[in-house]
Design a protein around this ligand. Structure first.
Ligand code: HEC
Length: 133
């Protein structure tokens, strides 16, 4: 009996720590706005993707280190997956409200969201086959 309790405590700890630890690169993302399940691959949302280029072209013009635009430094790991989804669903950043995103189509914003989500904070796991090498 005592062993059973100890064992279940250890199991709980193991399960809990694997949840808190870094997760592997996500394989899909539910886009709440369109209710579409987006399948994420290295090609469509890795650093070679269109989303990555859109980020460099349309966001990094301001969000670089030590910029003179009053924008904080941003990279994909600045936010968690959930936080990036919130950025694009609610469009709460000042720059979005000021119309700085207005030249981007819904399709481009969705691809940008895919890229930032797939490379968000805590998504890199060297023990995952997709991430190593
Ligand atoms: C013309 C300059 C400019 C461009 C282009 C721009 N931003 Fe911003 N952004 C700002 C400024 C200024 C703020 C308000 C200050 C701050 O919090 O960084 C801001 C705020 C934000 C914030 C809130 C900051 C935080 O830490 O949560 C996010 C997120 C953000 N921008 C994302 C983006 C994304 C994504 C793009 C590209 C689609 C983009 N921005 C394009 C200037 C810009």
């Amino acid at each position: 009996m005592r062993i059973a309790i100890l064992l279940s405590a250890v199991m709980t700890l193991v399960i809990f720590s694997s949840v808190v630890d870094s997760q592997a690169t996500p394989k899909k993302r539910l886009d709440e706005a369109t209710q579409v399940c987006r399948i994420l691959t290295f090609q469509n949302s890795g650093w070679v993707s269109e989303g990555s280029k859109i980020f460099a072209r349309s966001c990094k013009t301001c969000h670089t280190r030590d910029n003179d635009k009053g924008a904080t430094f941003l990279h994909s790991e600045s936010k968690t997956m959930t936080a990036w989804n919130r950025v694009f669903l609610q469009k709460y950043p000042q720059c979005a409200k000021d119309g700085k995103w207005s030249d981007l189509s819904l399709d481009e914003l969705t691809k940008l969201n895919d890229y930032l989500f797939r490379n968000a904070a805590n998504t890199y796991d060297p023990n995952d086959a997709d991430d190593c090498g």
